[in-house]
Design a protein around this ligand. Structure first.
Ligand SMILES: Cc1cc2nc3c(=O)[nH]c(=O)nc-3n(C[C@H](O)[C@H](O)[C@H](O)COP(=O)(O)OP(=O)(O)OC[C@H]3O[C@@H](n4cnc5c(N)ncnc54)[C@H](O)[C@@H]3O)c2cc1C
Length: 447
């Protein structure tokens, strides 16, 4: 029997046990939910374009136990399953390479603030909603991504960093205290892991099990303010950027852009397109110190907005969003980006600009104790993009290619746990491969 035929057996069982409305096979919906935002990469756009790899059915569980039940049915018939949140991942990691079932988890959206202030949420709860509930309870989520409409399950399953990362690191750095997971082992059970044991499920694209609910860390809510500053040069901008780490309360976000990227940003603040733009989500008591730093570097403060919604707008211009804004503004040309990081952005950014021929534009973030940058340039070919990787290595700049779909964090641990939790290898097939063990950054190609 083909995967498609086996999927029909499973969906018939699901319809019978959970209700016919839990299954969808409409062709347009299948194509839509089988792709994600990998279209941001011209390389992935070519290799995993929307419509090339399509699931046979979408299944929509509403409770955590239903997730476990669906996985048990899929296990019995050897049907591949790909968990999916809002589908905003960048790497094609929610695309079902071998058909089967897309598990749409958006129905699991309960949110509860616990007695200690941390938040328990269903995997399908949106980060926007979780943040709102947390703030109403006087708490700040440790981190959330610039795509705030995404789900917590997807952020933990496939995301990494965002607002809050300067102080709290990535999704693997203590943000997650507890996960409930449905394994693909035929048991139909749910298991709960805590602390370090959560690591094999974070940024693992669901290959170690489907996360059904999470507990994430919060802090007492702070008074956050959106500060916009402008500078004549990159050097003046980074002179302030690096000093933000000396503030008594670390900023929640610190994003910078070169003039070429500034006009494409979505903002209600009057940004000067001829100047470098630095945007900081700062704790209110540190604003005066930031203003002094800006003036001392020869810059100017263009706006200081005091309501929380204004800081959200600023989050929406962080991490990969400026790359998307550029692509949206100049659709007549094709753009690619590389995710990079290193002190060179503060000391000699021109050396990074030399990695690629032609104009190279930089979007800057502060991640932990150092700078992170999206390097953006016009796309010519896959060879051109990949040729940059050894050059970044040579100049001591860390690089992660957003043009591949393999699991590339904690790979050995993830592989080991996946063997136990998914012995038949049915979860998100093609994302955990020996290929990735060779070199996760440069190997691109569906096996
Ligand atoms: C313009 C743009 C900007 C972005 N900015 C950021 C950013 O600032 N920081 C960042 O980290 N990411 C960013 N991303 C990537 C992505 O949007 C986020 O990581 C987002 O949180 C993913 O959530 P999602 O619900 O859309 O997940 P999906 O795309 O649906 O899934 C992501 C991965 O997780 C798996 N998965 C989904 N749900 C579960 C589950 N319950 N259990 C196990 N596995 C699961 C999927 O199979 C897939 O492999 C950006 C993307 C875009 C397009």
């Amino acid at each position: 029997m083909t995967i498609s035929q086996r999927t029909s057996l499973v969906t018939a069982q699901v319809a019978d046990r959970l209700g016919a409305d839990r299954v969808e096979t409409d062709p347009a919906a299948l194509v839509k939910l089988s792709s994600d935002w990998s279209r941001m990469s011209p390389i992935l756009q070519e290799k995993v374009p929307s419509g090339r790899y399509v699931a046979d059915a979408i299944v929509r569980p509403r409770t955590e136990q239903e997730v476990a039940d669906v996985l048990a049915m899929a296990y019995e018939h050897d049907v591949p399953v790909v968990p999916r949140g809002a589908g905003t991942g960048n790497y094609g990691q929610a695309t079902p390479f071998t058909g089967g079932i897309i598990l749409d988890l958006r129905g699991l959206d309960a949110i509860e603030v616990l007695a200690d202030g941390d938040v328990r949420a269903g995997a399908g709860a949106r980060m926007t909603k979780i943040d709102k509930v947390a703030r109403e309870a006087g708490r700040d989520l440790w981190i959330f991504p610039s795509t705030k409409g995404s789900t917590i399950g997807g952020f933990i399953g496939g995301g990494s960093a965002g607002t809050g990362t300067i102080e709290h690191g990535t999704t693997s750095d203590g943000f997650v205290t507890e996960l409930t997971v449905a394994p693909m082992d035929g048991s139909g059970r749910l298991l709960t892991v805590r602390g370090e044991e959560t690591l094999p499920y974070i940024h693992a694209y669901g290959v170690t099990g489907v996360v059904t609910s999470v507990v994430v860390r919060t802090d007492p809510a702070r008074d956050w303010v959106a500060v916009y500053a402008a500078f004549d040069s990159w050097d003046a901008m980074v002179a302030v950027h690096r000093r933000l780490l000396d503030l008594p309360v670390l900023p929640r976000l610190a994003s910078g852009d070169e003039p070429a990227l500034v006009p494409t940003l979505t903002t209600n603040v009057d940004l000067d397109p001829a100047q470098h733009s630095l945007r900081v989500i700062a704790e209110a008591s540190t604003v005066a110190a930031i203003e002094s730093l800006v003036v001392a570097a020869g810059g100017s403060v263009r706006a200081c907005l005091e309501d929380y919604a204004a800081t959200d707008l600023l989050s929406g211009m962080s991490y990969n969003h400026p790359v998307y804004f550029l692509q949206r503004a100049h659709r007549d040309r094709s753009w690619f980006h590389m995710e990079t990081g290193g002190e060179l952005y503060w000391t000699d950014a021109d050396r990074v600009r030399e990695v690629y021929d032609g104009p190279v534009w930089l979007h800057l973030e502060l991640m932990g104790r150092g700078p992170l940058a999206m390097v953006v340039a016009e796309y010519v070919s896959e060879e051109q993009v990949l040729a940059g990787i050894p050059r970044f290595d040579e100049i001591g700049v860390g690089v992660h290619s957003p043009h591949q779909w393999y699991v590339d964090r904690n790979l050995e641990l993830v592989t080991e746990v996946a063997r136990e939790r998914d012995p038949k290898g049915l979860l998100n097939q093609g994302k955990l491969t020996d290929h990735a063990l060779v070199d996760t950054r440069v190997n691109i190609g569906v096996r």
